[in-house]
Design a protein around this ligand. Structure first.
Ligand SMILES: *[C@@H]1O[C@H](CO)[C@@H](O)[C@H](O)[C@H]1NC(C)=O
Ligand SMILES: *[C@@H]1O[C@H](CO)[C@@H](O)[C@H](O)[C@H]1NC(C)=O
Ligand SMILES: *[C@@H]1O[C@H](CO)[C@@H](O)[C@H](O)[C@H]1NC(C)=O
Length: 365
């Protein structure tokens, strides 16, 4: 009697334990969810509670939510003058700490999100072809709440639990529609944010290989491998471009090979078997930033947390290696360097000693 009562109790207890557990994966991955804009946009694209918690912001965004505290997570990437970046809601955050919670910061009003403070973006190259649009921009990242030393990471609609980074983040564009005004959902996109650079690629839903061109599994090898470009600081341009090689696919001794990223537990990536090819571009049109970003004129950068109001920029770091190149689950060693002409070009500091040190420190900690 006592024995069977005990097993009943155990059975009941484990049943209720199972019922209380949150599911690990959504029934449908975020990248496979389709919502027509604006009629079908849900308040939250990821409403249920999963392992990483619930979606922190929302997807229905309008004039009420358009302010500098907005938690809108529906991004638009339309053109050089009209795009949004996913970045932290709270000042001085790292992308690694907040990748599930980023909100939109836009160059134009009308998307229901925050506006990027005037002067934050200091150079942009847009490369266009039938398969994707790629926007690579130099920026002063503290103005959109990113810790000044953060090399950041990669955001995409997949993520470790298929709910996306940010969780529930949706992306729309008019760029690929035949009339250039119809809004289309972009299911395959990715975005590197950090190292004072933001680089976004949106893949044409009708293109030849959207998941391939917007490959999201090579986050650790950064902008140069995922979004080859020749963006220059202080230049704002839009070019036609050949399509890049599918990220990770390369040719060696006449053989086509595919690179896979090693596990982070194996330590920093110190060698690569290939160098990415920058696709050739043509028909570049250049612009003045003042003509592109008219909506931003009155938007000023937030005062850095902890800094006095008379100090417009954060003071230098104390030299603790723990604050440089914060390790993220999707760390992207992208950085800007100065070329011989004095204009910065966006390269990848893949083998940068700073990152190497930071990664080692993080692994020992
Ligand atoms: C505006 O967006 C907010 C936040 O998502 C939502 O609660 C509200 O219903 C929206 N308003 C309209 C008129 O759609
Ligand atoms: C970003 O730019 C600021 C201002 O020039 C600089 O202090 C900081 O070190 C840069 N951060 C990174 C990660 O490159
Ligand atoms: C940003 O955060 C870092 C690390 O937490 C801290 O050392 C630094 O003082 C903060 N900077 C500002 C401007 O608040």
């Amino acid at each position: 009697m006592a024995r069977s009562a005990l097993s009943v109790f155990v059975a009941v207890a484990s049943a209720s334990y199972v019922a209380a557990q949150v599911p690990t994966f959504p029934a449908t991955p975020l990248a496979s969810l389709s919502f027509a804009y604006p009629s079908q946009i849900p308040y939250k694209a990821v409403p249920d509670s999963y392992v990483r918690g619930t979606q922190t912001g929302y997807n229905i965004c309008n004039s009420t939510t358009e302010n500098q505290q907005s938690l809108c997570q529906t991004a638009f990437v339309n053109s050089i003058s009209d795009f949004c970046v996913f970045a932290p809601a709270t000042a001085n955050s790292t992308i690694g700490d907040t990748e599930g919670e980023e909100v939109i910061w836009c160059t134009k009003k009308g998307h229901g999100g925050r506006l990027i403070p005037d002067g934050t973006i200091t150079g942009v190259q847009v490369l266009n072809n039938n398969n994707y649009m790629q926007i690579v921009a130099f920026m002063n990242q503290v103005n959109i709440n990113i810790n000044s030393q953060d090399f950041g990471g990669e955001l995409d609609p997949h993520g470790q639990d298929l709910n996306g980074n940010p969780m529930g983040g949706l992306l729309y564009s008019t760029h690929f529609s035949s009339d250039s005004t119809t809004v289309q959902q972009i299911h395959e996109w990715n975005m590197f944010v950090g190292g004072n650079v933001t680089a976004a690629k949106i893949c044409n839903p009708s293109g030849s290989n959207p998941a391939g061109f917007c490959q999201h599994t090579l986050d650790r090898i950064g902008v140069a491998y995922n979004m080859p470009n020749n963006a220059q600081n202080n230049i704002f341009e839009v070019c036609d471009s050949d399509a890049m090689d599918i990220p990770g696919v390369y040719t060696l001794n006449g053989q086509t090979l595919s690179y896979s990223q090693p596990a982070e537990s194996l330590g920093p990536i110190s060698t690569m078997p290939y160098t990415p090819r920058i696709p050739s571009s043509s028909n570049c049109q250049t612009f003045q930033s003042s003509a592109l970003y008219t909506d931003l004129v009155s938007v000023s950068a937030p005062t850095p947390t902890g800094a006095s109001t008379s100090t417009p920029t954060p003071s230098g770091k104390s030299g603790s290696s723990g604050t440089t190149g914060t390790r993220t689950s999707s760390g992207s060693p992208a950085s800007s360097t100065s070329g011989s002409n004095g204009a910065g070009t966006i390269t990848v500091s893949l083998f940068s000693s700073i990152l190497g040190v930071a990664f080692s420190v993080a692994f020992l900690a």
